[in-house]
Design a protein around this ligand. Structure first.
Ligand SMILES: Nc1ncnc2c1ncn2[C@@H]1O[C@H](COP(=O)(O)OP(=O)(O)O)[C@@H](O)[C@H]1O
Ligand SMILES: [Mg+2]
Length: 279
């Protein structure tokens, strides 16, 4: 089966658990400003993502979280610096079809509105042209079940789906080529609390079962506390700290105080303390 070859190749390129899978070094992201000048979004930014972890990226609005994910997917080009994914420059990886290596759940979950659920999920496989169509459908059905949807949902159109279902379909599509890396941009934004909790539970079990390495952007503290192995804080155009959440909480910085210790942070903090006591 063709997918077996993909598996072998992928496994060969994976470092041992806890070793770096993504290395961002001295990254500058610069955009021209309409009317002249430029905006420096990242300046000499370093970040390492370790195999098997859930690294959560936080930062104020417009600090370049999405741009950083795009840099790690090879969709943006650094003005300076380097991005290495699975030991190779990311530009090389994206030329060879990044979908087999890195699954991406975009913030605007964007499904193709004219495609059924099944065709949306199968899309990356069909686009890669790597497998016969029957196998692509089979793989898509498998992923559909994996994200908690029913076989009967396969022929629904995106307009018929709830917000939570759209996220699940987008997740199934991101995982259809069995990538070892998954990137999530605000995965629970816009979901009601129950759908959000259910989606976090799904992400936690998939992370464990599939041994995925996950890079996630979120400003939802429940999601952050539930899933993060480490938290990376984006401020002053770079990552000011990347560490387990307790260390991040002890790091003195205005953004961290505001983000975690502001009013909305209190509930999540209390939960963390409860868990610490029962652990
Ligand atoms: N393609 C682009 N052209 C110009 N500016 C951009 C582009 N992409 C992002 N930016 C700018 O980079 C900054 C960071 O954007 P983004 O990464 O989307 O922030 P966020 O942290 O909210 O995800 C913003 O000021 C945005 O306007
Ligand atoms: Mg963003």
């Amino acid at each position: 089966m063709d997918t077996a070859a993909v598996h072998d190749d992928r496994a060969g390129a994976l470092p041992a658990p806890g070793q770096p899978v993504i290395e961002v070094r001295g990254l500058w992201s610069v955009f021209p400003v309409p009317g002249g000048g430029e905006v420096v979004v990242h300046k000499d930014l370093d970040l390492t993502v370790l195999r098997g972890e859930v690294l959560t990226l936080v930062g104020g609005s417009g600090t370049g979280k999405t741009v950083l994910l795009r840099q790690m997917l090879g969709l943006n080009t650094p003005a300076k610096g380097s991005v290495t994914v699975l030991g190779r420059p990311v530009a090389e990886l994206s030329r060879d079809g990044a979908a087999a290596r890195v699954g991406m759940l975009f913030q605007q979950g964007a499904l193709f509105s004219a495609f059924s659920v099944l065709d949306n999920i199968a899309f990356p496989l069909r686009e890669a042209g790597a497998v016969p169509d029957a196998l692509a459908r089979e793989a898509a059905m498998l992923k559909l079940r994996m994200v908690g949807l029913k076989p009967g949902d396969a022929h629904k159109m995106p307009a018929e789906l709830s917000g939570g279902m759209i996220k699940r379909v987008a997740l199934a599509r991101a995982l259809v080529m069995d990538p070892p890396l998954l990137m999530l941009d605000e995965p629970t934004a816009g979901l009601d609390p129950d759908s959000s909790d259910a989606f976090v539970t799904l992400l936690r079990s998939l992370h464990q079962e599939l041994g995925l390495t996950v890079v996630m952007v979120t400003h939802d503290l429940d999601t952050l506390f539930e899933l993060s192995s480490r938290v990376a804080v984006l401020a002053e155009q770079r990552v000011i700290i990347a560490a387990p959440v307790r260390e991040v909480l002890a790091f003195d910085h205005p953004f961290i105080r505001h983000f975690f210790l502001g009013e909305r942070g209190q509930r999540a903090m209390e939960l963390l303390h409860q868990r610490k006591q029962t652990a």
